[in-house]
Design a protein around this ligand. Sequence first.
Ligand code: 4AD
Ligand code: MG
Length: 477
Amino acid sequence: MMTKTVAELLSQDATLQDVTIKGWVRTFRANRFIALNDGSTINNIQCVLDFENFEEATLKRITTGAAIRVTGELVESQGKGQSVEIQVKTLEILGDSDPETYPIQPKKHSFEFLRENAHLRTRTNTFSAVMRLRSSLSFAVHKYFNDNGFYHMHTPIITGSDAEGAGEMFRVSALDPKKPPLNEDGTINYKEDFFGKETNLTVSGQLEAETYAMSLGKVYTFGPTFRAENSNTSRHLAEFWMIEPEVAFMDLAGNMDLAEDFMKSVLSYVLENNKEDLEFLEKRLLDEEKTKPQNERSEMSLIEKIKFVVDNNFKRVSYTEAIDILRNSKPNKKKKFNYIIKEWGADLQSEHERFLVEKHFKCPVILFDYPANIKAFYMRLNEDGKTVRAMDILFPGIGEMVGGSQREERLEVLKEKMKALDIPEEELWWYLDLRKYGTAVHSGFGLGFERLVMFTTGMGNIRDVIPYPRTPQNAEF
Ligand code: 4AD
Ligand code: MG
């Protein structure tokens, strides 16, 4: 007796005498046809039973969501819609599912409803497809770096520094919030806290990754990242996963090449390995778009969009050029943007980023050489004294997917920058050491994994591409 997965059975062309399969009932109709799914594929296997051979009591327990074990014969299907099916000999109910209360009924549920039932939502086609793709993308990320000579490092989750300098951090403390130890001036005395200093959940593994790049050469970290920004948008999470490669002796141009090659490679991987899930999600998206007015529908299907990114060069545009384009754009002149671009130096809002990628260039865009004062302290100052070697990669439908830079490798310039921003040298003494001992040009970037999953699956809300989203006012499950 062989226990196989649904995926294995469906790819079988010969008939098999004795097969055993376990899974969850999706539907049971006419007291005869069970659609069974076990998570191994988007497809169900049809199990056909002769109800006269089974007790009424057992048949009643074959309900949507129930876990069952079936044995029988795999045969060519009599009906349409599937090539093979199981002629059931024995059937055992492993776990009942009360049809009165089981939330996931065989009908269309809203994504909001499914978010409230996130522990069961991967029992639907859409969410199982999304999460299989997420898993596959994650594997492709590790494969790419491994194939290209990078070392994977684990950067700390609890840290004493604010890498991005934005101050949007979750405090980690073991002090009693009701009566914390105080200094004489009434402030909290963190010397008495667990680590003897103030600590937070990390907003980026970059600074630690830099230390390893400056000894191991090519490294990357792929881990949970935390931001306490109160952004209730469809693209922000308080806990997300970031992929951060860091490479010694690589400049900004090399950084762009790496990011582009990396993204094309992982997308190619899923095009090759997750065809059925992508086709399902593509169809879902088409159905969803039918409800939208013609001018809001996308010109390309999901798979076409992914192929387009794989097959075309990303457009590389300097911040200065982008500002010129935006200043002269229709929505700017007609005051359709919420933030009108007036002069060089303005920070770009997502409406501007989306205009550039979706309306103007119609392809992924790498913006580089941003004004120093709108970017983080560690970025390499250009010779003009006012721009830094930063790059953001903007994607259609998503906006910012990647943020990266060439790092400031000159000790004195870095110290001055930190002083201007009130970043104490004592806090980052080890980071400064890298500039004292064998400093060199080096670069890296961070890619928000969930935004990549959004692009790949066509899902419109970042809460629907991570198993259990953490967002303001929400940490259920
Ligand atoms: O642009 P960010 O803030 O860059 C860094 O943290 C650098 N230290 C990376 C580096 O150079 N090693 O974040 C990088 C990416 C963004 O482009 C975005 O895709 C994602 O992380 N990201 C978020 N994703 C989901 N929710 C949030 N709140 C995010 N904040 C950033
Ligand atoms: Mg950024």
